[in-house]
Design a protein around this ligand. Structure first.
Ligand code: B16
Ligand code: MG
Length: 217
């Protein structure tokens, strides 16, 4: 029986996807690399440094490690400037109610995010004390699609991977959950997240019945 739920952060709990896009777009423009929302799909869930390397390879550009660090630092400065203005109003629809429903029914909850900004974001939206475990970009060596972040989340909650359901908005994140031996509910477009066990448009569509149906499949 499913005992735990691991939530991705960006794009599942909070609407930070546009802020990541704006920040990457500004760096890509500066480098002369064409970059649109579809390209951005492939950066979701991917670590900052790996995202930077993907943009460089899209433009067939070679940079030194030092230049790459400077570019990612500037991307992050633009991003943090935007997200530091977030408030509880930026929590995505249905999230707060669903988290409460899980808690009321004894399901353990954790965050599994690639973002090193996780602590800042959770504090801005007032969710810093809601999760039993938080595993983020500061605590993993391999970014999604590697399952490390979710396996560490399950371990921190004291449950087996097969007892976890992961909520993800990214192709890389769905792959990470499946590779980790977990169930995965995609949040977003079913055409993009087709590897998930179920895809919902947003968290307002989640009921305990739907959750249990996937969890106990
Ligand atoms: P940062 P998630 C991911 O967060 C984002 O989807 C991805 O766009 C970002 O590059 C990555 O975190 C690293 O974020 O630059 O803040 O460390 O979706 O796994 O919660
Ligand atoms: Mg995400």
């Amino acid at each position: 029986n499913t005992k735990a739920c691991i939530f991705d952060l960006d794009g599942v709990i909070v609407d930070t996807v546009p802020a990541h896009f704006v920040a990457w777009k500004s760096i890509a423009d500066e480098l002369g690399v064409p970059f649109n929302e579809e390209d951005n799909e492939h950066l979701k869930g991917v670590s900052r440094i790996d995202s930077m390397k993907k943009i460089l390879s899209m433009g067939n550009l070679t940079k030194t490690e030092q230049e790459i660090l400077e570019l990612t630092q500037r991307k992050n400065d633009i991003y943090v400037e935007i997200i530091s203005k977030m408030t509880p109003a930026d929590i995505l629809p249905g999230v707060t109610d669903f988290i409460q429903l899980l808690k009321d029914n004894g399901v353990k909850i954790a965050i599994g995010s690639s973002s090193k900004n996780t602590p800042v974001i959770l504090k801005c939206v007032g969710l810093q004390n809601e999760f039993e475990a938080i595993v983020d970009g500061n605590g993993v060596t391999h970014s999604k699609p590697d399952p490390e972040v979710f396996l560490k989340g399950a371990e921190a909650l004291g449950v087996a991977p097969a007892e976890c359901v992961v909520f993800e908005d990214a192709i890389s994140g769905v792959e990470a959950a499946k590779r980790g031996g977990m169930k995965c509910i995609g949040v977003g477009d079913p055409a993009i997240l087709h590897e998930a066990d179920l895809v919902i448009a947003d968290m307002t569509h989640m009921t305990l019945e739907t959750f249990n149906a996937i969890a106990n499949e």
